[in-house]
Design a protein around this ligand. Structure first.
Ligand code: HEC
Length: 188
């Protein structure tokens, strides 16, 4: 094979790439992409965003050290009240099927009383959740909770999430109650 036969194709590819670039820019400025939260992404955009999110979080959380005592009752007790105050409005609690946030936000906050993320390794799940709670997720309703909440407090919520799918609403109420000396105030 000689290069003379390939040369025109290199040109074709360059022209196609420029056209795709111009097309993409025109589309961007055209305003045609639907931005409303009540109009779901098409499958391609959804796949791109999901892959971007999951690959980024997996990489960023890979080296986080999971505390040995994550399953301790103290952590479970300490995480419940924070979850109830800060998270249940979006991520629900036992006996609650939906909220204005689960109905209106896009992406919708997953119901954390039901599922464990498909990641079945408990340590990987804990790292992923710790990272997400600490840093939040861009362009979604999920806030970063690092401001005002130290790592210990975030690990307590991770510990609570691990048990949450097993809790009845009575057990949830007990774990969500704040002790007398715990005002729930921010540490900063
Ligand atoms: C205003 C609504 C809102 C609040 C409040 C909120 N979240 Fe979220 N959260 C979201 C949304 C939306 C997502 C999904 C983001 C996405 O898919 O890109 C999410 C995702 C998550 C995930 C990842 C779930 C998974 O397995 O994919 C975890 C874990 C989580 N939130 C924990 C918490 C905790 C803990 C709190 C309280 C400290 C909290 N969130 C408060 C909206 C919220």
């Amino acid at each position: 094979m000689t290069f003379t036969g390939i040369k025109p194709c290199v040109k074709c590819i360059a022209v196609l790439a420029i056209m795709a670039g111009i097309g993409g820019t025109l589309f961007l400025y055209s305003g045609w992409y639907p931005m409303g939260a009540d109009d779901p992404h098409n499958r391609l955009t959804y796949w791109v965003l999901e892959t971007l999110r999951e690959r980024s979080i997996a990489r960023a959380s890979a080296d986080i050290e999971v505390p040995d005592d994550l399953a301790s009752p103290q952590r479970l007790l300490a995480g419940g009240a924070d979850y109830n105050d800060m998270c249940a409005g979006c991520h629900l609690k036992p006996g609650r099927e939906s909220s204005d946030f689960t109905l209106g936000l896009y992406p919708s906050p997953p119901n954390l009383t039901q599922l464990h993320h498909k990641e079945d390794n408990a340590d990987t799940r804990a790292r992923r959740r710790f990272w997400i709670i600490k840093h939040g997720i861009k362009a979604s309703g999920m806030p970063a909770w690092a401001p005002g909440h130290d790592d210990e407090r975030i690990w307590n919520m991770v510990a609570f999430l691990e048990q949450l799918p097993e809790l009845s609403s009575e057990q949830f109420q007990i774990l969500a109650a704040r002790g007398e000396n715990d005002s729930g105030h921010h540490s900063r």
